[in-house]
Design a binder for this molecule. Structure first.
Ligand SMILES: [Zn+2]
Length: 263
């Protein structure tokens, strides 16, 4: 009976969100790990659906990669989601680019967005993975491709797209036009105009395909181990050898990965 009471009590604290008016123009919805701040012209039910999606992905990302952190996203440490009333307010108020569906302050765990986008699932699953993954592995320990690989892996799970595009990767491997792993490690997309859209797409698909391969071939537990060693200060190659004992080095990974997709 006592146990039952405690469960209900905890349930009430966490799940029963309260809506309070933060000011005239916006309202606030408090969820377990997120605070959703939304324009008062938006329906509460919409804000709640955003909070629900964020909570679902939060749980899934944490479980999928076993990202157990010391710093829980509770109370004052909750992430924040700001929803502007429309796209023009999103650009003016949050200074986000008009081509984007959301922009993210990764360090402070803030996602800015606007309502009714068709890519909401893709955006939230992808960006939340970046926030959680970077928090877990730590700054400076994460090559860009691996960061994008984790984000696209979760995005694919919730809104599809990447597994269906693997034929592009197979073609690139067959024609020896894929991004060599030695290059992949150094790639940053900041000089994006120097890089063609085709090679940016290939970069994402290839990054996805490596994590997809590692998990399919070696299982999630070995992937957890690898991330654990990376988080704990091992350099990339060493973390990989410790996580996946049958991968000797990055060249060996590249060979195994190629064979997997050409099988
Ligand atoms: Zn990304």
């Amino acid at each position: 009976m006592l146990k039952h009471f405690i469960i209900i009590f905890v349930f009430n604290i966490f799940i029963a969100s309260t809506v309070i008016a933060a000011n005239q123009d916006s309202r606030e919805l408090r969820c377990e790990h997120f605070i959703v701040n939304y324009s008062s012209s938006i329906d509460e039910s919409y804000a709640r659906s955003v909070g629900d999606i964020a909570e679902t992905y939060y749980r899934d990302i944490t479980q999928e990669f076993n990202l157990i952190r010391d710093n829980l996203w509770l109370w004052d440490n909750r992430a924040k989601i700001y929803i502007a009333k429309d796209k023009s307010e999103y650009c003016d108020k949050f200074k986000c680019p008009s081509w984007s569906g959301a922009c993210v302050d990764y360090e402070n765990k803030i996602i800015y967005t606007y309502p009714n986008q068709d890519k909401r699932e893709a955006i939230f699953s992808h960006e939340l993975t970046h926030i959680i993954f970077r928090e877990y592995v730590g700054k400076g320990k994460l090559p860009l491709w691996l960061d994008e690989a984790a984000a696209t892996y979760i995005e694919d799970k919730h809104s599809g797209g990447y597994q269906r595009s693997l034929y592009i990767l197979r073609n690139a491997i067959t024609n020896n036009q894929y991004v060599k792993f030695s290059q992949l490690e150094q790639m940053n997309l900041s000089g994006a105009d120097a890089v063609s859209q085709g090679s940016v797409n290939l970069f994402y698909i290839e990054s996805f395909s490596i994590v997809f391969f590692l998990i399919k071939r070696y299982g999630r537990d070995n992937f957890y181990q690898f991330l654990y060693f990376l988080r704990n200060g091992y350099e990339f190659g060493e973390a990989m050898r410790k996580g996946f004992t049958s991968i000797k080095n990055i060249d060996d990974l590249e060979d195994q990965w190629k064979r997997f997709y050409l099988e």
